[in-house]
Design a binder for this molecule. Structure first.
Ligand SMILES: *Cc1c(COP(=O)(O)O)cnc(C)c1O
Length: 279
C-alpha cells in the first residue's frame, strides 16, 4: 500500500524499512509518516504506540498505525497515544469472518483537512444530490467511498455483540496468561522448537510464534487434528489466543497435540507438505 501510494503521489517520497528494534533511532526530521503495525504479525512483538508517537511528532512526522493484530487482542488507546491515523481489519481477533469490512481512524484534529485518496460518492457532502463537483463530507463521513457492504457488516455486528460488557483489560490479562502457559507447555514438550515471540507477555500481542524447520507440514498436521494455527515463511508457526472462547484446557491440549506431531514426526507425510495458496 505504501509503495503504491508513493507512486500515485509522485512527490519523491521514499519507503524506508527498518528492523523493529531500530524504529526509534530511525525517526528524524526527514520522516513524513511513521507507519507501523503495532503487533508484528510474525513474532507478536508489540511496539510502544504512545512512546513512538511522541517521538514521531517531535520530529514533525505523522503516525499511521496498523491495528490488524491489535483490535480485539489488547487495549488500544489511539487518542491517549495521540495517534494521527490508524487502519485495521475485523476478521482476526474480532471474528468478523473472512472479507469482513476493515476500519480506519482519523484523529479529530485531522478530520477537516485529511483528504480521502478515493473521492467516492458516499463520501460526498451530499451523496444524493449527485453533484458533479466533489465536495468532501463533513468529517469522518468523507472517508466512506461507496455503498457499505451491508451483509458483511451485519455479520460483523453480530461478532461485535460478543464484546458487549467485556473489559479489554480482563481479556488482556487472560490472553497473556494463555500465551505464557502455551510457551511453558511447548518448551517442556517440544525442545526442538524455538520461541520467536517475546517471553514477556507485556511485550507481546495475543499470539505466540515458534520456529520449526518443518513448520509448514507440522501446521498442516495440527490443523488436521483440530489445532488451527498458521504458518509464515520461512519457518514460523503462529498461534493466536482468544480468551473469550479459548481456555487453559484447550491450550494444554494444543501443546500435547503439537508434541505428538513433532515427537512422532506425524508431519512427515506428502499431503502435509503440499503448499496451498493460503498458509
Ligand atoms: C491481516 C492484516 C491486514 C489486513 O489486510 P486485509 O487486506 O484487510 O486482509 C493488514 N495489515 C496486517 C499487518 C495484517 O496482518
Amino acid at each position: 500500500m505504501a509503495s503504491g501510494l508513493i507512486r500515485s503521489l509522485g512527490r519523491g517520497h521514499e519507503l524506508r524499512l527498518v528492523e523493529p528494534e531500530e524504529v526509534d533511532a530511525a525517526i528524524d526530521d526527514s520522516v513524513a509518516v511513521l507507519m507501523l503495525t503495532e503487533v508484528d504479525y510474525r513474532t507478536g512483538r508489540l511496539h510502544d504506540m504512545a512512546g513512538l508517537t511522541v517521538r514521531a511528532h517531535a520530529a514533525g512526522a505523522l503516525t499511521l498505525w496498523d491495528l490488524a493484530h491489535s483490535a480485539g487482542a489488547l487495549p488500544v488507546d489511539l487518542s491517549g497515544a495521540g495517534a494521527d491515523f490508524a487502519a485495521g481489519c475485523t476478521y482476526k481477533y474480532l471474528n468478523g469472518g473472512p472479507g469482513a469490512p476493515a476500519f480506519i481512524y482519523v484523529a479529530p484534529e485531522h478530520l477537516e483537512t485529511a483528504r480521502p485518496a478515493l473521492s467516492g460518492w458516499m463520501g460526498h457532502e451530499a451523496p444524493f444530490a449527485f453533484d458533479l463537483d466533489y465536495r468532501a463530507g463533513a468529517r469522518i463521513e468523507r472517508m466512506r467511498v461507496g455503498t457499505p457492504p451491508v451483509i458483511a457488516l451485519a455479520a460483523l455486528e453480530a461478532a461485535l455483540d460478543c464484546w458487549d460488557g467485556v473489559d479489554m483489560a480482563d481479556v488482556r490479562r487472560a490472553s497473556i496468561a494463555l500465551g505464557d502457559l502455551f510457551i511453558a507447555e511447548v518448551e517442556r514438550r517440544c525442545p526442538g522448537l524455538e520461541l520467536a515471540s517475546p517471553r514477556d507477555g507485556n511485550a507481546r500481542g495475543s499470539q505466540v510464534s515458534f520456529l520449526f524447520d518443518e513448520g509448514y507440514a507440522a501446521m498442516q498436521a495440527l490443523i488436521a487434528r483440530g489445532v488451527i494455527g498458521d504458518f509464515r515463511a520461512p519457518r514460523t508457526m503462529r498461534f493466536g489466543f482468544t480468551p473469550l472462547y479459548i481456555g487453559e484446557a484447550e491450550v494444554r491440549a494444543a501443546a500435547a497435540i503439537l508434541e505428538e506431531v513433532v515427537a512422532g514426526r506425524l508431519w512427515d507425510r506428502p499431503e502435509y507438505r503440499m503448499r496451498s495458496a493460503v498458509t
